[in-house]
Design a protein around this ligand. Structure first.
Ligand SMILES: [Fe+2]
Length: 238
């Protein structure tokens, strides 16, 4: 099965540029990505988080997320978006999932050829979920209940490979502000499982690729940076 991936579009329905981030251009970039995914016959599209950004006005933020979801849904391909720290600037988890017609991460999905695990690391290291509009993006953490459910999925008696999706970074050494504070605990679970083939992430806008204990930690470069587009078609290998 093929999966369409993109990360960090930071979409805003407003002609806004911050740093090198061209927020409004992400509408056309997502359209180009979806056209390509459709042509490639992907069965599932995943955004690695920061789907939207703060336009500075609550009603505009709602309009932006509805507009981008309507575009994605028009292709008729199942779509999941992780939440990123910027999504939490605008919306609670419940609101975000309602507007994107999504499912609540954390959850896992058993496909014919693999098990996909979606994590939500939008927590402070006290275990408190991010408060809308008051996000410290450098303080990111996977709470205990998710660690336990990850452990449960990883220890399940199955032959299937496992792919983990997280907005925030689970390896060390890129720029540790982007790394989940208890990433070491998560990596220990992943390494001991032996069936996790990939950890796919966003958040670190330059992107990165690294193999640790036979697991590929793959960080997609951000779609919003610059005027060129970035997305990829990922084939699940049995
Ligand atoms: Fe981002």
């Amino acid at each position: 099965m093929k999966i369409g991936l993109f990360s960090d579009p930071h979409y805003c329905d407003k002609d806004m540029v911050s740093g090198g981030r061209y927020h409004a251009l992400s509408y056309g970039k997502i359209k180009e990505a979806m056209d390509s995914f459709k042509k490639e016959g992907v069965g599932l599209v995943i955004c690695l988080g920061d789907l939207v950004d703060d336009c500075g006005n609550e009603q505009e933020n709602i309009r932006s997320i509805k507009k981008i979801t309507e575009l994605i849904d028009s292709y008729g391909i199942k779509f999941y978006s992780l939440m990123g720290n910027h999504d939490y600037q605008n919306f609670t988890r419940e609101e975000f999932n309602r507007y994107t017609n999504g499912a609540y991460p954390p959850f896992s999905l058993e496909l014919d050829d693999a098990i996909l695990v979606f994590l939500d690391c939008n927590y402070e290291d006290t275990g408190k979920i991010y408060e809308v509009g008051k996000v410290d993006w450098t303080n990111t953490f996977l709470p205990n209940d998710q660690l336990l459910s990850l452990e449960k999925v990883l220890s399940k008696d199955s032959e299937k490979n496992i792919i983990i999706f997280s907005h925030q970074i689970i390896e060390e050494g890129l720029d540790n502000n982007h790394t989940v504070r208890n990433a070491k605990d998560i990596r220990a679970l992943i390494s001991s499982c032996g069936r996790v083939t990939e950890v796919i992430q966003g958040h670190y806008h330059p992107g990165h690729d690294e193999i640790i204990n036979n697991v590929r930690y793959h960080t997609l470069p951000a779609m919003c940076e610059g005027k060129e587009n970035r997305f990829e078609c990922f084939e699940i290998v049995k």
